[in-house]
Design a protein around this ligand. Structure first.
Ligand code: IPE
Ligand code: MG
Length: 230
């Protein structure tokens, strides 16, 4: 979800106003994801490297997360949206962690959408921490590693494969997001700033995704038939 700061700067507003507008775009994405066929939506809200930002912005973001979790929990529970905050929790303000825990508990029964929000998340740190938990005796498998990865990140379920990764604001980077889970993700980049990202934009991204041919290293279906015939 990139471009909040630029969106605010273009209006001569403080960066936090951009983050507030970004929260509205989150609401739109969550509303539209299920009808577009998404079972899981993961939003990158705060990276491990975002700690490098000025303390006032970091605190403002944490306040915003807390505020929105408090405001949305009941509505999400009613709509069958399960909220899961992924990433580290040991560096977050205690109040936010308490809010995260109660939101997760209140929405745990949701089956319409798994809404994952990554806060203090770094894929590389997660991979290192999961690797440290690999048992030395057992032959390790990808499944086991995915489970360990889920464990270190407080994921509600084993790390799901990402089908479609969308990055807004014209940047074309992964920025340490879900590196393991994105092994075969289709990448979609749009110049739209996150606060301007609408349900229609999400629809366009999903439509582009549907046009992609995913082979996962194998041959195209028609080529495979020919190969099988010879
Ligand atoms: C992304 O918007 C949101 C967060 C990291 C919380 P930015 O804050 O990165 O916005 P730009 O890149 O400055 O426009
Ligand atoms: Mg940015």
């Amino acid at each position: 979800m990139d471009g909040n700061g630029r969106w605010a700067a273009a209006r001569g507003w403080p960066r936090l106003a951009g983050h507030r507008a970004g929260a509205e775009a989150v609401r739109r994405a969550v509303e539209n994801a299920p009808r577009l066929g998404a079972g899981t939506l993961t939003l990158y809200a705060f990276s491990g490297d975002n700690w490098k930002r000025p303390p006032a912005e970091v605190q403002g973001l944490f306040r915003l997360f807390e505020e929105h979790l408090r405001a949305e929990t009941r509505k999400c529970a009613e709509k069958g949206i399960r909220i899961n905050i992924i990433g580290r929790r040991d560096r977050l303000p205690r109040r936010l962690v308490t809010m995260i825990e109660s939101t997760e508990a209140a929405t745990a029964g949701g089956r319409n959408l798994l809404l994952r929000i990554a806060i203090d998340y770094s894929a590389r740190d997660s991979i290192v921490r999961a690797a440290q938990r690999l048992p030395r005796t057992k032959a390790s498998s990808r499944e086991l590693f995915s489970r360990l990865l889920a464990e270190v990140d407080h994921c509600a379920a084993a790390a799901p494969e990402v089908d479609l990764l969308i990055r807004t604001s014209g940047e074309q980077r992964l920025s340490d997001f879900l590196l393991w889970e994105c092994a075969y993700a289709e990448l979609y980049f749009t110049p739209k700033l996150w606060p301007d990202f609408t349900g229609k934009d999400l629809e366009a991204a999903v439509e582009a995704f549907r046009q992609r041919e995913r082979r996962f290293g194998a041959l195209r279906t028609s080529a495979a038939v020919v190969a099988a015939a010879v």
